[in-house]
Design a protein around this ligand. Structure first.
Ligand code: WT7
Length: 666
């Protein structure tokens, strides 16, 4: 079984030179081989098998991807697997296909016709089940609605709804007719909608009257009304009734979803689209200013979304897969909509908040629906730890066989809690590293093959060539911190930033010669496992050592009192920079001077005196983006000047900032 050694405090740094950019201080030695019975039935069941696949894909990537692509339905087969005019890729050029056809029609023509595609649970406990047959019927009808409304292939459609099945129906209907969907997370403001609709010049907005949230509701249509005052491209708005709240329907512009569906036929021929036909634009925030419209196209995205889903989640027809991501994020696109449906899987979709009505909602869902695979984010797991184990342990979670994590580095101690309390030491954990830009998972264990270590996404998937390099592009040695790059194009890569090829080249392809730069700092250990150290702009320079913030945070989180921590720097006359830690304690602990000292000493013991925080501030909550990422930029401002001047529009909860100001005097 697992070698459950405790974290060693060896300082794993290589002497920094001008070349060596980031020192790694985290040294995690625990290792967990896949359980034998899991490996036995897995799609990939040993490291030897993984190594063989990886080597074959590395030797001939095009043959590898073509082999996967052959499993799909093509109206016309491709002529060329990859045409690469760096940094612009065309995958499966000359081929014609339709991702909606592959996600639905293929299954409807098989025994899966009456299999559940989506099991939906509303926040209030209401339930719906859509079989592949029924989903196909609804999608075909809505595809006809789009056609009747005059939406042509290539035109953009913005979608702004909560987590209801119609969100997925709208997405798939766009794909069916070749319209380019632009899903905007339902937590965004009118201003954010205006910006995204204008940048993509969307012709239609599909929204709901409202969305349920923690027992109340948010009127989405009012927000859309405000947003589209300044969007000249929008010709019509389709409104789905979800909450039945009062909305203003504007003559000629606004239409009820149910009225239009009532008129539409339930058969719709899928458009035969070029492999490179644009599939969707999804906006993600850039480091400064204007959000970037990440453009993904049809066939390459389809191939990687489906194959990564199959292998990473080891999906079987009997599984019930529950991903907690909102479809408004890339995780929701690839692993709530396309990936599972392309694989003919059954997924569970939950409408609401994890703590409604209480902190055990997810565990209650898992127990009642006998969920087998659960995929969530470290920020959520840390919140569960804080809420207390009893919310988890009072439910029977024996149906679970696999757990996943995405979005941030998972602190080793958070990983251990997930493993022990949720996975009951039975379920492998797939820590999946990827980005909106990569379209699908890039680095992750294969659960039946890869021995896992808490805190690392382990090895790249076959066909994915990642490396950790110096500033000059030369590879780092084992355990030397550097920049995470991708060395070869992959099918689900972004094709450009919508309407801005120059920004695409500059952002991703100008730092390292002919390699894609991820923006992340990382190291590879002696087993070739990738340890993400945080975004490079989250790197802190202390006395000449550049430390990845996530490593210091993990040391703090390994203390029994700590639920969550964010570490930033502020200028310091002596050291260049001083470390400031914002710490959220578990509910039963009180922040005082004694605990402050204990935490400082704990970090010194875990990773060494250079990482000892100079200041610790207690935080009831940390400022996060709506997708759960800690906004360290704001914390840096607070730590430096005790005030915030920068842009806070993506912040989820404004209240938390107030409590974080200088407190050393308490
Ligand atoms: C950034 C991408 C991919 C879907 C959700 C986020 C960080 C993501 C991990 C992981 C460490 C991770 C990286 C990456 N990240 N997954 N497993 N371990 N870091 O998508 O908003 O485009 O963010 O999230 O920093 O670059 P995104």
């Amino acid at each position: 079984m697992a070698t459950d050694e405790t974290t060693s405090n060896a300082q794993n740094t290589v002497t920094p030179t001008a070349e060596v950019s980031i020192s790694s201080v985290l040294s995690e030695k625990r290792k967990f081989p896949p359980p034998a019975d899991f490996a036995l039935n897995a799609h990939v069941s040993s490291m030897a098998e993984y190594e063989k696949l990886y080597a074959a894909a590395e030797a001939d990537p095009e043959a590898y991807w073509a082999g996967l692509a052959e499993k799909f339905h093509w109206f016309k087969k491709w002529d060329t697997v990859l045409e690469w005019n760096s940094p612009f890729a065309k995958w499966f050029k000359g081929g014609k296909t339709n991702i909606c056809y592959n996600a639905l029609d293929v299954h409807v023509k098989s025994w899966r016709k009456n299999k559940a595609a989506i099991i939906w649970e509303g926040e209030e406990g209401d339930q719906r089940v859509l079989t592949y047959g029924e989903l196909h019927r609804q999608v075909s009808k809505f595809a006809n609605v789009l056609k009747i409304a005059g939406i042509k292939p290539g035109e953009r459609v913005a979608i702004y709804m909560g987590m209801v099945p119609e969100l997925i129906i709208a997405v798939l209907a766009c794909a069916r007719v070749g319209a380019v969907h632009n899903v905007i997370f339902a937590g965004f403001s009118a201003h954010a909608i205006t910006e995204r609709v204008n940048d993509s010049r969307a012709k239609m907005v599909i929204c709901a009257d409202g969305t349920r949230r923690r027992g109340g509701s948010i009127n989405l249509k009012n927000i859309v009304d405000e947003a589209i005052v300044n969007t000249p491209s929008v010709r019509s708005v389709v409104v789905l009734k979800v909450t039945n709240e009062e909305v203003h329907m504007h003559n000629g512009m606004d239409h009820w979803w149910h009225d239009l569906m009532g008129l539409a036929a339930d058969e719709c021929e899928p458009a035969q689209l070029d492999a490179e036909h644009p599939l969707f634009v999804l906006y993600t925030s850039g480091s400064t200013g204007k959000p970037k419209g990440i453009l993904h196209t049809t066939a390459g995205y389809m191939v990687h979304a489906a194959s990564s889903f199959k292998y990473v989640f080891d999906i079987k027809d009997e599984d019930i897969y529950f991903c907690t991501a909102d479809v408004g994020w890339i995780t929701g696109h690839t692993y709530m909509a396309y990936g599972p449906l392309l694989c003919g899987a059954t997924m569970l979709m939950y409408e609401g908040a994890p703590n409604y009505p209480q902190w055990d909602r997810f565990w209650d869902i898992i127990n009642r629906h006998k969920v087998t695979i659960f995929y969530t984010a470290p920020t959520a797991i840390r919140a569960f730890i804080r809420a207390g184990n009893e919310w988890v342990t009072k439910h029977n979670l024996s149906s679970l066989r696999l757990l996943g994590s995405v979005g941030e580095p998972i602190n080793p101690d958070v990983w251990m809690w997930y493993h022990k309390v949720v996975g009951q030491e039975r379920c492998p954990i797939v820590d999946t590293w990827w980005q909106t830009e990569t379209g699908g998972i890039m680095v992750s264990p294969l659960p039946g093959a890869t021995p896992t270590k808490p805190g690392t996404a382990t090895r790249p998937l076959p066909g994915i060539m990642v490396d950790v390099v110096h500033k000059d592009g030369t590879p780092c040695v084992a355990n030397e911190g550097g920049y995470l790059v991708i060395k070869k194009p992959w099918p689900s890569m972004l094709r450009t930033i919508y309407g801005d090829d120059a920004r695409y080249e500059k952002t991703y392809w100008s730092d390292f010669n002919d390699m894609y730069f991820t923006g992340d700092g990382a190291r590879k250990d002696e087993d070739g496992y990738v340890w993400i150290m945080g975004r490079v702009d989250d790197v802190v320079n202390v006395s000449g050592h550049r430390l990845g913030t996530s490593e210091v945070e993990s040391a703090l989180v390994s203390h029994e009192a700590v639920a969550e921590a964010a570490v930033v720097s502020r200028p310091d006359e002596l050291k260049g920079n001083a470390l400031v830690a914002f710490v959220t304690l578990k509910d039963e602990y009180v922040g005082d001077m004694t605990l402050r000292e204990a935490l400082r000493n704990h970090v010194a013991k875990e990773i060494g005196p250079i990482a000892k925080p100079d200041e610790i501030r207690w935080a009831k909550g940390l400022p996060k983006t709506r997708s759960g990422k800690i906004m360290r930029r704001l914390l840096r401002e607070l730590a430096t000047s005790n005030e915030i001047k920068g842009d806070v529009t993506t912040l989820e909860d404004f209240g938390v900032l107030e409590t974080l100001r200088d407190q050393e005097s308490d």
